[in-house]
Design a protein around this ligand. Structure first.
Ligand SMILES: NC(=O)c1ccc[n+]([C@@H]2O[C@H](COP(=O)([O-])OP(=O)(O)OC[C@H]3O[C@@H](n4cnc5c(N)ncnc54)[C@H](O)[C@@H]3O)[C@@H](O)[C@H]2O)c1
Length: 373
């Protein structure tokens, strides 16, 4: 059998540079952690779904003379809270963690964002090692240093930029991920092709069946290519003053849909899939991009088992004006103007300033009455 590749990347951020290592079976390889110092105080943070599957295996493979302390938090976005962060701080305090402590985040984006935020705050910043276990976390949230928790008033309102010290990705972990979560992660993979890499978009089309079937070697390639994009953009624009905003292709529509539908109705990646299609349709309607590319995007998302329209049960109870109001609240808007990431064709996204909100409202009204259109 072919030996699985060991993909290596480096996020070049000067003194805060860090490696990303990707391969099926990587969590059985000690070289996954090469070059990392493991001090006395290591806290492994995970959630209740991931813990029984992988926590002991990770504890066994982590180098160092001291076994990591384990903190298992409840799973799910509703637990991405300050209260759970306080539990991480308590665990660090109980173990008398010092400034050379390391927090290991083993889980999806929820655990990664929370453990990353706790690491950013503990003694004004200790190291965080990310071991993502969902596809979304592997291709997106574990890289780039955005950390946050939610408040009842909104998502990710309290957070910090805090880059990890390394990201270790074992794509074999995706074998236990529910199929719907895998597809949601694939939406973020498509995003990288759609916004800036037409050749990668073509590669995803060629490998769509293997990706959706969970072929871990093909998934490792997709993760590598996605992380390459994310790392390049993060290095160019760490705190999202410019180019990093392109990573939000489909997200302004997507976040509004996710929030208005009620968190948990649409997974983040599902909302992003619909959002990318709305951004693509908007671009065509404004005469900026070919209609053919909308159809190509829709066909690919459908093959990846993602929704290409707002499911009618949700659409029926959504109000286009409320969606527009949500879009106006988006963090990406500056001084009340509607700012959207649109595209000129597959692989060529750009930030459109001052988008006419009447146009957006029409598009949203259509999207909610189309019944799958
Ligand atoms: N920091 C960033 O740049 C960034 C980017 C995108 C998204 N996010 C955040 O990421 C979060 C969403 O992350 P997510 O989609 O990974 O959700 P998640 O962390 O809630 O994980 C999804 C579900 O899968 C389970 N799970 C995780 N790994 C598993 C595995 N290998 N096998 C079986 N079950 C597994 C989890 O317990 C959970 O129930 C959101 O809070 C979002 O705001 C952050």
């Amino acid at each position: 059998m072919r030996q699985p590749e060991f993909h290596r990347l480096q996020v070049e951020l000067g003194q805060r540079a860090y490696p990303i290592r990707i391969a099926p079976g990587l969590l059985d390889r000690r070289d996954a952690f090469a070059g990392l110092r493991f001090p006395q105080h290591v806290l492994l943070v995970t959630d209740a779904n991931v813990a029984p599957l992988y926590a002991e295996r990770v504890r066994r493979i982590l180098p160092g003379n001291h076994e990591a302390a384990l903190l298992v938090l409840p799973a799910g976005e509703q637990h991405k809270t300050l209260a759970m962060c306080a539990r991480i701080f308590s665990a660090l305090a109980d173990m008398q963690a010092s400034r050379d402590a390391i927090v290991v985040a083993l889980g999806g984006g929820v655990v990664g964002d929370m453990a990353g935020f706790a690491a950013a705050c503990w003694m004004r910043g200790v190291r965080c090692l990310q071991i993502p276990t969902t596809l979304l976390a592997m291709v997106d949230s574990s890289v780039g240093g955005k950390t946050a928790v939610d408040l009842p008033q909104g998502k990710n309102l309290v957070g910090a930029f805090h880059q990890p010290c390394a990201v270790v990705v074992d794509t074999d972990l995706l074998a236990t991920l529910p199929a719907r979560e895998l597809s949601a992660g694939l939406a973020e993979v498509v995003k990288y092709g759609a916004l800036g890499d037409a050749a990668f978009f073509g590669w995803i089309e060629q490998h769509a069946d293997a990706l959706v079937a969970g072929d871990t070697a093909v998934l490792a390639q997709a993760v590598h290519r996605s992380c390459e994009h994310k790392a390049r953009v993060v290095v160019a624009d760490e705190t999202e003053q410019g180019e990093r905003a392109l990573l939000n292709f489909g997200h302004t529509f997507g976040h509004a849909l996710e929030a208005e539908a009620g968190y948990g109705e649409l997974l983040h990646g599902e909302a992003v899939a619909i959002g990318m299609l709305l951004a693509a349709r908007m671009s065509s309607e404004l005469g900026l991009a070919p209609l053919l590319d909308v159809a190509r995007l829709a066909a690919l998302l459908e093959r990846l088992r993602l929704p290409i329209a707002v499911p009618s049960a949700i659409a029926r109870r959504l109000d286009p004006s409320a969606l527009l109001a949500r879009m106006r609240l988006d963090k990406k808007n500056l001084s009340g103007r509607l700012r959207l990431v649109l595209w000129r064709r597959i692989g060529h996204a750009f930030v459109a300033e001052d988008v006419d909100s009447h146009h957006v409202l029409e598009l949203l009204t259509d999207a909610l009455t189309d019944d799958g259109g």
